[in-house]
Design a binder for this molecule. Structure first.
Ligand code: HEM
Length: 131
């Protein structure tokens, strides 16, 4: 249960940080040899918005993701993509590069570690292909 006296991670960081996390990731996706071909070249802005809305909602921000997309069901939504260990590692590598561009003054260690741990857990859960 959210504690009404305690700001959520989203409230603590503000929307700008979530914009930057996701923008820095997507800036690297298009040219990536593993991930580039999986993502919709014709709708990268839409893909960027979906990940941003998901993360904002997960971390206690607005619920735009659920209103637009319904229940996240991430495993099901990733089913069309063959995600092996190398793809999951690459996803995390691009995300780590994006996070490293955001200074500690905007993203403190506690929030950084929490966001990163969640991403590692989700990436691991989304592996659906051996290899
Ligand atoms: C493990 C490696 C991963 C791969 C290869 C991968 C790949 C993809 C691809 C190709 C899409 C479709 C882009 C679009 O049109 O929206 C997508 C969507 C999405 N991914 Fe991932 N992803 C991975 C990990 C993650 C992780 C770790 C998260 C969350 C922390 C995540 C959250 C999402 C979300 C929220 C969407 C949009 C779902 C929707 O509403 O349709 N993904 N992913």
């Amino acid at each position: 249960m959210a504690n009404p006296n305690q700001p959520t991670v989203y409230e603590h960081l503000g929307p700008e940080v979530f914009d930057r996390i996701v923008a820095g990731f997507y800036r690297r996706v298009a040219d990536d040899d593993i991930l580039g071909p999986m993502y919709p070249a014709e709708d990268m802005a839409g893909a960027e918005a979906r990940l941003r809305m998901f993360l904002e909602q997960y971390w206690g921000g607005p619920d735009a993701y659920s209103r637009e997309r319904g229940h996240p069901r991430l495993r099901m939504r990733h089913h069309p993509f063959a995600i092996d260990g190398a793809a999951a590692d690459r996803w995390l590598e691009l995300m780590a590069a994006s996070l490293s561009e955001i200074p500690a003054a905007e993203l403190d260690d506690a929030a950084r570690v929490a966001i990163w741990d969640h991403m590692v857990r989700v990436a691991d859960m989304l592996i659906n292909t051996p290899g």
